[in-house]
Design a protein around this ligand. Sequence first.
Ligand SMILES: [Zn+2]
Length: 165
Amino acid sequence: MTTEKTECRICGKQAVQGRSFCSSGCALAAKIPLGDKALPVSLPLCLALISFFILFNQDLFATMHALGKSLDKASLLPKFQVASYVFGILWTANAIYFFAIAGIWRWSDRFVLAACVAVAFLPRIFLSIQWPYLYTFSIANTLMAIWLARGLLPLWRSRKNVKSD
Ligand SMILES: [Zn+2]
């Protein structure tokens, strides 16, 4: 039985056994080409930007819904609601795709996924917080995005940690 320990290629922490990375965040961050291989516009970078754009729109329309409510603009609320849900569903599909590429190997990934579902549904069911699901859905997706994007921080801090194969 081998107990070979490898370092995560992105952050330098101990990688999961049999993998090159410590987490899904680092596995995703490694998809973004850097250094000599990086082009001004690469496909992974485009996907990351599109993903950010979708999430931004979900949050934007949720915020506009909240603002519209406080300003008594009832006629606009259904449109903001639909727009936020559409972008939210798109982003959730996008997150599932990202998790599929990165692989869900660690308990922490499963825990965060479960926590995001809890954030989306539990406040309204158990805490009798009367926010529409639109807001909690938006918060849950944002938390998931932060979780998935966390590998970008060590990547940004120290690009030299990326070792090319
Ligand atoms: Zn790592």
